[in-house]
Ligand binder design. Sequence first.
Ligand SMILES: [Cu+2]
Length: 121
Amino acid sequence: MRRKGLVFAVLAGLFAAALLPAAGAYAQAAPKRIEVAAKRYTFEPGEITLKKGEPVVLVIKSTDVAHGIRFRELNVEVNVHAGATGEVQFTPQKTGDFVGHCSVFCGMGHGSMTLKLHVVE
Ligand SMILES: [Cu+2]
């Protein structure tokens, strides 16, 4: 009888060991991906809303020339080659409205190529 109990304990231990890594992976679920298309001289969508403290991956896909995005106040920047995709992961730590600017000169309208970011609680 004691032997059965021991076998049970070992099996329970193995079971728990098998489950724990899975639980850990679940807790670190992949951050939300937000895709934004970049083309002369707009980002589409032009506005995004994020939650404070929630990690995100901002995916910028250029459909023409090289672009980039920089949110100076958030220390977030990524450049994208022509026709390519670039991504940057960050976690907004403060609420408010931020304006990101294209960080790679892309032509006459470059200065007005912006992406609005709202960070909410
Ligand atoms: Cu530009």
